[in-house]
Each structure stands twice: as structure tokens, then as C-alpha cells.
Design a binder for this molecule. Structure first.
Ligand SMILES: [Zn+2]
Length: 94
């Protein structure tokens, strides 16, 4: 496996882990009808908890990356979670 590919997969793993942390902290939730679509809970306390959990995971060496990288990944996971599931919205208009 080439180095660029390995780096891409490492970043993908980081992001998947970040989604998991944000879910567990209840900063985001999955659409009940569409798996893999995450929606925001818009809860600053839950978001703080997600970052705290992420920090602990980096300290415990559960994360293949730096603290900054993982914090950025969690931020991305939270900020990319929308208010409304695009698939649900589409279903309604069909
Ligand atoms: Zn949906």
C-alpha cells in the first residue's frame, strides 16, 4: 500500500472515530431512517463532552493521530451534522 493511500485511510479512520465519539457524547445522532446520516443535537455541553472524550482517547493512545488532528476531526463531525436529514427531506417531497 502506498504512503498516500495509507495516510488517506488513517484520516478516514480518524473521522470515523470522531463520528463515534460525537455520537456517544450525544452531540450528534443518526437519522432513525437513514444509517450513516448524522444530525446535530445542537447541545454545547454534549459538544464539550465529545472533545473531552476525544482528548482522553488520545491520552490513552486509542487514536492514531495527534490531539490536534483528532480535535479537528471531531469538530468536522459536529459541524457537518445537519439540522435535517437530506434523504428524509427528499422523501417528503417525492
Ligand atoms: Zn433520514
Amino acid at each position: 500500500m502506498g504512503q498516500a493511500k495509507a495516510e488517506m485511510m488513517r484520516r478516514e479512520d480518524l473521522r470515523n472515530l470522531a463520528d463515534e465519539v460525537a455520537l456517544r457524547a450525544k452531540a450528534i445522532h443518526e437519522c432513525e431512517r437513514h444509517s450513516g446520516i448524522y444530525l446535530t443535537n445542537s447541545d454545547p455541553d454534549a459538544e464539550r463532552l465529545a472533545y473531552a472524550m476525544g482528548t482522553n482517547m488520545v491520552k490513552n493512545r486509542e487514536v492514531d493521530g495527534s490531539r490536534q488532528e483528532f480535535m479537528d476531526a471531531i469538530k468536522e463531525a459536529i459541524s457537518e451534522a445537519g439540522w435535517e436529514c437530506p434523504s428524509c427531506e427528499k422523501d417528503r417531497h417525492d
